[in-house]
Ligand binder design. Structure first.
Ligand code: ARG
Ligand code: GLU
Length: 718
């Protein structure tokens, strides 16, 4: 009996049906793979309404925003929405003490007031085609990974050249399913994108890092931009003559609200996932490399916090660094915990056991031996991956060392037989600027403590074969007293004060270069870098190439073994559709989280003494008078955010969350902590994406900011 239960349990895990919500699908294949299911789940539009090359479709309204987010066009005048954290850099760039848009928000009351953002681009997918055959032309199974990659690159260049010539668009070839399929993507990049509006940070970043990666959430994480083009409606460099872009389609915005279990989908640019790793690969991430990275980051964050607590200046200096370090730190914790809770490694092992059985038959023998090969490579990879992480997170985590590293291009150029004087001048000028910026946000007491703590962790946790020489010098010199070592380092280095660095850069000669290269902080960096080049770089590359080729075969094998399963490719920063339902979840025994939050929750969290939870009077007044107008939900409340089971990842920030009719109901900006392992393994019970309710965005624009004209530009539907 017991045996039968065990068998049933195992079978239950093996014949994994497609889980509601799981998958990031290729728009081109929606009709073939997903349309029926989407309709069964409640969708009322067609796959062709989402992606079409014959007529306008939703895809014409989705763009890749900057380097790593998504945005969507919501008016016929090229108005786009993305997250506050995606527009943050631009908002910050335009901010000054007199115009502090980060603190106070910014609203262009007419197009003339919209602020240009040099360097910011948005890219739109025009169409895509499968080109696997042409890309793999003359590629054979016995090629080395390097030969294969070289040939693929050559084939792709030919395809791209032809495509750009014939279409007039830009084109790229991207690998899907671990190099088993290739697609040609035609794109168009807009180069004149202007800042239109942003709420104050205590709305756009409400809850800050405390609430980051968490549900229930109350962040109004949005900002507004506009795409400008030449008079011919084509992309053009910035010019005052440019006009707002007239898109082939823009997304209608729904005032109808969000109900539990409503069908919903997200259309955007997920960056990277690793759904098909073998158990060894998952273990490497969640059991081997995440834990020390978490500890190293925690160490830094704790020191930042202690120094910021009673020092507002330091808090501002370290706010951005803290946010960046904390975002990854929190994600890793959630990911490792999530895989643990899911028994993720054991689940992978079950699939692998089945795979080994399947590959034992003559017909599938091409796939035999894959898993032991993975096992061997990953075992070799462990120390190398850890060593690389310690270099990055411990060595380069010391700001002094990271800053010294920036002088390397100057040193390199000066060492050349025919050093270019003009280049030296440019590099020096850039370093002078960097010096200004770096010291603006530098607080030496923090860095000293960080250095002592990180060096200690580094030395104690890396075996001698993977320790750069300076770590052993510390032992010899200071008998393991890290603070004493750090005191000496900081006393001797020129890189600890703005004045000394500026003096160094006053007149750059060979003597200056000598001074840089003999500086103890620069030497530390050079030691780390030299160690990496000598001991890590090559084996790392080789092992990864080997793993890539195994992974390609494994993916192929998994697809051959499970012919009745639909496979979606890992995220690779190409446009995808993911769909699920608006739903809450049970994060722990006895607890259930509802699918939405309201302005009441903002008032509950309000704390004028805690930076992350300050609420401005203006918002409080709107709350007190319940002045929500047409943006109120049917329960009379102002809904702020909602959760849904769409399978999203980094890059989906700023993606539209759409309803069954393809109308925008929310703006995606995060995932819940309990579900962050979805980059490796999706859990329908816990994996939730988090969106700002579109009605809260409209309410803030209209009632809070008085930018009603922007709301009026959109196509609102009830
Ligand atoms: N966790 C979200 C993402 O991965 C939001 C990050 C920005 N917000 C913050 N509080 N740091 O990008
Ligand atoms: N905040 C993430 C981003 O910037 C999205 C959250 C996630 O990883 O799902 O893309």
């Amino acid at each position: 009996m017991k045996k039968l239960f065990l068998l049933m349990f195992i079978m239950g895990l093996l014949v994994r049906p497609l889980l509601a919500g799981e998958g990031m699908w290729i728009p081109l294949l929606l009709q073939q793979l997903n349309e029926k299911e989407m309709r069964d789940m409640g969708m009322r539009i067609s796959a062709e309404d989402i992606y079409s090359i014959n007529r306008s479709s939703l895809k014409d309204a989705i763009v890749l925003f900057g380097g790593g987010c998504t945005a969507e066009i919501v008016s016929d005048k090229g108005l786009i929405l993305t997250n506050h954290h995606c527009g943050f850099g631009e908002i910050q760039r335009h901010s000054s003490v007199e115009h502090d848009y980060l603190t106070n928000g910014f609203w262009a009351m007419s197009q003339a007031d919209e602020l240009s953002c040099p360097g910011l681009t948005t890219t739109m997918l025009m169409k895509m085609e499968e080109v696997t055959k042409a890309v793999l032309d003359k590629v054979t199974a016995d090629m080395t990974e390097q030969q294969r990659n070289a040939l693929i690159k050559e084939n792709s260049s030919r395809i791209i050249e032809k495509a750009t010539k014939e279409s007039g668009y830009d084109a790229v070839v991207r690998s899907f399913y671990q190099g088993n399929q290739y697609y040609l993507l035609y794109t168009q990049t807009f180069k004149d994108v202007r800042l239109v509006g942003a709420p104050p940070s205590n709305i756009g970043k409400f809850g800050g890092d405390t609430d980051n990666w968490m549900w229930p959430r109350h962040t109004g994480d949005f900002s507004v931009f506009r795409i400008y083009v030449g008079k011919d409606n084509k992309p053009a460099d910035f010019s005052t003559d440019n006009v707002p872009y007239k898109p082939a389609s823009h997304i209608p915005v729904s005032l109808g609200g969000v109900g539990e279990n409503d069908f919903t989908f997200v259309f955007g640019y997920p960056a990277r996932t690793k759904q098909y790793l073998p158990s060894y690969g998952v273990s490497l991430i969640t059991e081997v490399t995440n834990p020390p990275k978490i500890t190293l980051r925690e160490t830094r964050l704790e020191i930042f916090k202690r120094h910021s607590l009673n020092n507002p200046r330091v808090r501002i200096q370290y706010a951005a660094k803290d946010a960046r370090i904390a975002n990854g730190w929190k994600k890793m914790i959630g990911e490792s915990k999530g895989i643990d809770r899911l028994n993720g490694i054991a689940r992978k092992q079950l699939t692998e056991a089945r795979f080994i059985d399947w590959a034992a038959s003559d017909a599938n023998k091409a796939y035999a031996g894959l898993l032991p090969a993975f096992e061997a490579r990953y075992a070799q990879l462990i120390p190398i991956a850890l060593a690389a992480d310690y270099i990055n997170e411990a060595g380069m985590g010391i700001e002094l060392v990271g800053f010294a590293a920036r002088f390397r291009p100057l040193v390199d150029e000066s060492m050349k037989a025919n050093a270019d004087a003009q280049k030296m001048t440019i590099l020096t000028e850039s370093l002078r600027k960097q010096t200004e910026e770096y010291f603006k946000d530098y607080y030496e007491p923090i860095d000293r403590e960080v250095a002592a703590a990180l060096l200690k962790l580094y030395a104690e946790n890396q075996p001698s074969a993977f320790r750069p020489a300076f770590l052993d010098d510390i032992q010899a010199d200071c008998k393991g007293n890290y603070t004493a070592y750090v005191d000496k380092l900081f006393a001797q280095s020129v890189f600890t004060s703005k004045e000394s660095v500026q003096k160094l850069l006053e007149n750059v000669t060979m003597k200056t270069v000598k001074k840089i290269t003999s500086d103890p902080a620069y030497k530390m960096y050079a030691d780390l870098f030299g160690f990496y080049n000598q001991h890590i770089k090559q084996p790392y590359q080789q092992l990864n190439d080997g793993i890539d080729s195994l992974q390609r075969l494994y993916m192929q094998g998994l697809m051959a073994m499970q012919t009745d399963t639909r496979f979606y490719p890992d995220a690779n920063f190409t446009l995808r559709v993911t769909y699920g339902k608006v739903e809450g979840y049970a994060p722990a025994d006895g607890v259930y989280y509802k699918h939405f939050t309201t302005l009441d929750g903002i008032m509950e969290k309000e704390n004028p003494d805690v930076y992350d939870y300050v609420v401005e009077d203006k918002l409080k007044n709107l709350y007190n008078t319940r002045d929500y107008g047409r943006y109120a939900a049917s329960d009379g409340k102002m809904h702020v955010a909602f959760a849904a089971s769409n399978h999203t990842t980094g890059g989906n920030s700023g993606s539209p969350v759409l309803n069954a009719d393809g109308q925008m109901i929310g703006l995606n900006f995060d995932r819940c902590w309990e579900g962050t392992m979805s980059d490796l393994m999706y859990d329908p019970a816990m994996s939730r994406n988090i969106a700002v309710d579109i009605r809260y965005i409209l309410f803030i624009m209209d009632k809070y900011a008085g930018a009603r004209h922007l709301v009026d530009e959109m196509t609102l539907v009830n």
